[in-house]
Design a protein around this ligand. Structure first.
Ligand SMILES: CC(C)NC(=O)[C@H](Cc1c[nH]c2ccccc12)NC(=O)[C@H](CCCC/N=C(/NCCC(=O)O)S[C@H]1O[C@H](COP(=O)(O)OP(=O)(O)OC[C@H]2O[C@@H](n3cnc4c(N)ncnc43)[C@H](O)[C@@H]2O)[C@@H](O)[C@H]1O)NC(=O)OCc1ccccc1
Length: 229
């Protein structure tokens, strides 16, 4: 059977845990302009606006009602049970995968509960909201921590490791992602190009131009446990 699996997840896998997606109805981009809150230029223009955007999402993630769902758990169980190579690449900045027990995990777009020193690049766990008084401990004077998030126009994290895995994998599964943002949206092409089986799991029906060899329509928390058991 399969020897090397790469899984890619998007906001859809966390929707049933109560976290908003970006582009669905009532998505984050409905009441926030990408240019203002998810670009380095927007941050330079108005850091407080961007900090509010991430502080709100950080507070929501700390809400005890927000917990990993059956889809997160199914991936953690797959990692435990699978004897081959596996890499879980997430575009999500929430920590629901690691809270479900996933370890072979790469946050290609950063993490909500981390801040980064704009001068040294060092990251710090977030213990208080972003703001003018929340500075690094690696510089004198302390630098205002910026969200450890990959914004539009910035290079995603771990691209070499991801490319190596995509070129070797024999199974690529994409879960709860709209496939609208690159380079993540191009991973299926790389996997196909190397002869891998490519599967999409999404609430929406398959797009007619889909590059995936198989499509499972349904909610991640129902479809994924059935698929990976
Ligand atoms: C808009 C788009 C066209 N623009 C880009 O792609 C840009 C520019 C670009 C680069 N290459 C290109 C090529 C062509 C055109 C444009 C470009 N890309 C970049 O700027 C990237 C950086 C992009 C990262 C931006 N940051 C994010 N997130 C962090 C922020 C934050 O979280 O605040 S992107 C953000 O949107 C992306 C898409 O979101 P999804 O997760 O897919 O969520 P969405 O709401 O869209 O969809 C939800 C899906 O789930 C489904 N669903 C819902 N509920 C469920 C459910 N219950 N069960 C199952 N499925 C469900 C829905 O049906 C839907 O399909 C994700 O990546 C997400 O992280 N950087 C870069 O390219 O650097 C250079 C480079 C690259 C490689 C190597 C060297 C240099």
């Amino acid at each position: 059977m399969y020897q090397h699996i790469v899984v890619l997840t998007g906001a859809g896998i966390s929707a049933e845990s109560g976290l908003r997606t970006f582009r669905d109805q009532n998505g984050l981009w409905e009441d926030h302009r990408i240019e203002d809150v998810a670009t380095p230029e927007g941050y330079a223009r108005n850091p407080a606006l961007v900090e509010n955007f991430y502080n709100e999402r950080w507070q929501q993630l700390k809400n005890p009602a927000v917990t990993p769902n059956a889809a997160h758990e199914a991936l953690a169980q797959l990692e435990q049970a699978f004897t081959g190579k596996l890499l879980l690449v997430t575009q999500n900045v929430d920590n629901l995968h690691e809270r479900a027990g996933s370890k072979k995990l790469l946050h290609m777009h950063g993490e909500l509960n981390k801040g980064r020193c704009p001068r040294s690049g060092q990251t710090f766990s977030l213990h208080e909201p972003f703001g003018p008084d929340n500075g690094c401990t690696c510089c004198i004077p302390a630098q205002r921590l910026r969200p450890h998030i990959v914004w539009f126009g910035e290079i995603p994290i771990g691209m070499d490791r991801i490319h190596d895995a995509l070129e070797e994998c024999d199974l690529f599964i994409a879960i709860g992602t709209s496939g609208t943002v690159y380079p993540a949206a191009g991973f299926v092409d790389i996997a196909n190009h190397h002869g891998a089986m490519t599967i999409e799991v999404n609430l929406a029906e398959a797009d007619e131009h889909s590059m995936f060899k198989a499509h499972y329509q349904g909610s991640a928390s129902v479809t994924l446990p059935a698929l990976v058991q």
